[in-house]
Design a protein around this ligand. Structure first.
Ligand SMILES: NC(=O)c1ccc[n+]([C@@H]2O[C@H](COP(=O)([O-])OP(=O)(O)OC[C@H]3O[C@@H](n4cnc5c(N)ncnc54)[C@H](OP(=O)(O)O)[C@@H]3O)[C@@H](O)[C@H]2O)c1
Length: 252
């Protein structure tokens, strides 16, 4: 089966392309540096020729509110219209657990806009809502700095390894469209501030992490269960400590 992975050169996309190829599928990595740009439409018609499934794991290079909204709206509109013309039978997109609970965040509003366009289009779809990636913990610290310290709320958190995200996406892409959401998450629950503190310690990053009840998450006020999935989430296998050891070994 031909499966086009939009954002197939990124963190999740490159893992997904590899996993699909290992299972014998023709997986195409589509991204600006392979000649495919969903913002302009460049290379899309050619890349989608003969494709049964498209998985969109692209991300905006720029995260300010207006830029990210423009990215997800324009690229999703273009992609869906080229997919309709090419006869694509399943559109899979990666989004975030709790998007609808974090509409104070410009990034989450952009992801919601992406989801709405997919729901309104004619192509059968599956939207995968993932929790935060272990790989994103340092990035989360970086966007949560106030006066040199990392401010995060002491709320529940169930992040997962990028490898498990890619495994789950491969399963969804190879299955029938659900025309709805699938939630995926890690196997353990933590507190946001505690886990980011552990990640920074492992990186020898000296920044202090402050448990701050008023701290926002990417601009959104969040509460105890905002970031965690419902009871039907599909749970990945990689535990945080295992991932930490493996990523330290890779870095060495
Ligand atoms: N971070 C988290 O914890 C988290 C949690 C849940 C869901 N997600 C979602 O996961 C998705 C993937 O994240 P990621 O970390 O794997 O992203 P990433 O590593 O930043 O990769 C982004 C990909 O998008 C491609 N791209 C950028 N502009 C494009 C364009 N105009 N046309 C086509 N492709 C374009 C990039 O291509 P180039 O390399 O050529 O620029 C790259 O392949 C995002 O949609 C995000 O919302 C993230």
């Amino acid at each position: 089966m031909k499966i086009v992975v939009i954002g197939g050169t990124g963190l999740i996309g490159s893992k997904l392309v590899q996993k699909l190829r290992e299972q014998g599928h023709e997986a195409v990595a589509a991204a600006p540096n392979t000649g495919v740009n969903t913002l302009t439409g460049q290379g899309l018609a050619e890349a989608l020729k003969g494709a049964s499934v498209v998985v969109d794991v692209s991300n905006s290079p720029d995260w300010d509110d207006a830029a990210v909204l423009k990215f997800f709206e324009t690229s999703t509109r273009n992609l869906l219209s080229y997919e309709a013309a090419a006869g694509v039978k399943h559109h899979v997109a990666l989004s975030v657990v709790g998007t609808d609970r974090m509409s104070e965040s410009g990034y989450m509003r952009a992801k919601l806009a992406q989801e709405k366009l997919i729901q309104q289009a004619s192509i059968p779809y599956s939207i995968v809502h993932a929790t935060q990636f272990f790989e994103f913990l340092k990035g989360l610290a970086d966007i949560s700095v106030v006066d040199g310290k990392v401010h995060l709320p002491h709320v529940l958190f169930q992040p997962m390894a990028a490898d498990d995200v890619a495994d789950a996406l491969a399963r969804v892409a190879l299955g029938a469209p659900v025309n709805g959401m699938v939630e995926i998450a890690g196997p353990e629950q933590f507190r946001v501030d505690e886990l980011v503190r552990r990640r920074l310690a492992a990186l020898n990053d000296p920044r202090e992490v402050v448990a701050d009840p008023n701290a926002r998450y990417g601009g959104a006020k969040i509460s105890e269960r905002t970031l965690v999935p419902g009871t039907n989430a599909r749970v990945g296998k990689t535990q945080f400590e295992t991932w930490l050891t493996q990523s330290a070994a890779r870095a060495a």
